[in-house]
Design a protein. Structure first.
Length: 326
């Protein structure tokens, strides 16, 4: 599923060798060590403090999302030193423009659809306590916030508005999402591509899932699960969702569609609260996009992409002269 790259093309593009060379292996090792060390360092105040109840918690996940970018920039700047650093990270070029824009649009729509479709699937399988008629959990939350004040619009149209503005979240969350994607899909995925597309995506997903451990072990995303199960569930989700993000990266030749997808995915992540039944417990190891029932549709999508050869990377456009430094 790899393509031949013409001489002079940028090193960020997937290559046709059967194995990674020793220089790339060292770079990957340094990158992973840096990304993991920085993530634990950023999360350390939570471990030394009150965990997810610590006042610093709202800032820690955002700061953690920047650590893969920092690791990639350090490796690119001080270890690899390519002549076109923006190309190596997938930031440039943004051409052909229609292709990048098209996959950027898919990057917004597809993750939101996967997050939302996980809810009726979970309801059909009996693991997501849904209330698609009265929206009782959301109504209860609104009543608690408003007190005796009457809401200006009914809950149904309010939910419709919430769903309509989800794509906006792809742009509001883009900077922290890009922080992760510069590292994972921008730099690391192309480095792993000599192993083959599917092994690269699998390894990428496992690494991405394990990187979340500093927060997952504190109960983030999977508050009812023991730490090992939370990390295992996160790895499963990251393998599948990471494959979707990887598809956008490989087919667009750019990190931007993957960053938009990551941002849209995060923006839609809490939408399960809109459709839940009041008073019912939600086990995220089983329900929502985080749990096994939410992985069914992404798995089908990934299988279809594999069967249709959609993980074959596109050939990059010719690069500018190396002296341009882009």
């Amino acid at each position: 599923m790899t393509v031949e790259i013409p001489p002079g093309s940028d090193s960020s593009a997937p290559r046709s060798e059967a194995r990674m060379n020793s220089r790339d292996l060292r770079s990957v090792g340094v990158f992973i060590a840096l990304a993991f060390a920085l993530s634990w360092l950023v999360a350390l105040p939570l471990w030394l403090g009150d965990g997810l109840a610590d006042p610093w918690f709202p800032f820690v996940p955002v700061a953690m999302m920047m650590t893969p970018a920092v690791a990639a920039l350090v490796v690119v700047r001080f270890a690899e030193r390519p002549p076109r650093k923006a190309w190596t990270l997938g930031l440039w070029p943004l051409k052909p423009v229609p292709r990048v824009l098209g996959y950027g649009a898919l990057g917004i729509v597809v993750p939101i659809a996967l997050v939302l479709v996980a809810l009726p699937v979970g309801a059909l399988l009996g693991v997501y306590p849904a209330d698609f008629v009265n929206f009782s959990a959301f109504q209860q939350a609104l009543d608690e916030q408003a007190g005796a004040v009457e809401l200006p619009i009914p809950v149904g149209p309010l939910i419709a508005i919430q769903l309509a503005v989800l794509p906006l979240g792809a742009f509001l969350n883009l900077i922290p999402a890009l922080g992760e994607e510069l590292g994972w899909r921008g730099w690391l995925l192309p480095k792993l591509m000599p192993l083959g597309a599917l092994p690269a995506l699998l390894i990428m997903g496992v690494i991405w899932g394990c990187w979340h451990a500093p927060l997952i072990l504190l109960g983030y995303n999977y508050p009812d699960a023991p730490g090992w199960l939370g990390v295992a569930a996160m790895i499963g989700m990251c393998v599948l969702i990471g494959a979707v993000f990887g598809w956008l990266r490989l087919r667009s030749g750019s990190v931007w569609p993957a960053a938009l997808a990551h941002a849209a995915f995060n923006a839609a992540g809490g939408s399960y609260l809109l459709f839940a039944e009041a008073g019912e417990h939600i086990d995220t190891t089983q329900a929502t996009i985080l749990g096994w029932s939410g992985w069914i549709v992404p798995l089908v999508l990934v299988v279809v992409l594999i069967a249709t050869g959609r993980f074959a990377p596109v050939e990059p456009p010719p690069g500018p002269p190396a002296s341009d430094g882009a």
